[in-house]
Design a protein around this ligand. Structure first.
Ligand SMILES: CC(C)(COP(=O)(O)OP(=O)(O)OC[C@H]1O[C@@H](n2cnc3c(N)ncnc32)[C@H](O)[C@@H]1OP(=O)(O)O)[C@@H](O)C(=O)NCCC(=O)NCCS
Length: 149
């Protein structure tokens, strides 16, 4: 098994969409949204490959002094192997190298695994938006301040 982290390209959108639709269902992004994201030069998107192809992806919007984690997902077959951790660490390094003082994100409140992942990396819940993703689907707003001044 060789997992490789690399920049997301337009030809990755099709395999990314297959993970996106199975993971996020009613709140999945469209392919057009991914095309739009890749068209912005203030975005940093990565994918991870394993022997079967794209297995995870993540994206960051970089607008110093703030960066925003746009998305992160790993195919169910490859979870709990540290892949999201590797992608998140990379995005945090990009934010730091770009001079961002804080990293923000929104996550579904019922995504316990994602919330645990983010808390492990120093994110704290700063707000809750009721029914942000639809009826009964709350969002948590999380923030991670830069450790060094
Ligand atoms: C959240 C997600 C990206 C984690 O991916 P992953 O590659 O399995 O995560 P990692 O292996 O790097 O996990 C790192 C740590 O996060 C925590 N974690 C991850 N998934 C968890 C889960 N389902 N339940 C509890 N803790 C979890 C654990 O502490 C884990 O460490 P451990 O395996 O040593 O216990 C993946 O489960 C996913 O794609 N979920 C659906 C999409 C989503 O909710 N994305 C976030 C919102 S944009």
């Amino acid at each position: 098994m060789s997992d490789e982290l690399r920049p997301m390209r337009w030809w990755d959108i099709e395999p990314v969409m297959s993970i996106e639709e199975s993971v996020f269902e009613s709140t999945a992004w469209s392919a057009a949204q991914f095309w739009g994201e890749l068209a912005h030069d203030d975005r940093a998107y990565v994918v991870l490959d394993d022997d079967e192809g794209v297995v995870g992806y993540a994206g960051l919007m970089v607008r110093p002094p703030t960066a925003d984690v746009q998305t992160i997902a790993v195919a169910p077959r490859a979870r709990r192997r540290g892949l999201a951790t590797a992608m998140l660490r990379h995005l945090l390094e990009v934010a730091e190298a770009s001079g961002c003082r804080e990293v923000m994100l929104e996550v579904r409140a019922d995504s316990a695994g994602a919330v645990a992942l983010y808390e492990m990396h120093g994110f704290e819940v700063i707000a809750r938006r009721t029914s942000y993703y639809g009826p009964g689907l709350d969002a948590l707003i999380m923030r991670r301040a830069r450790e060094t001044p």
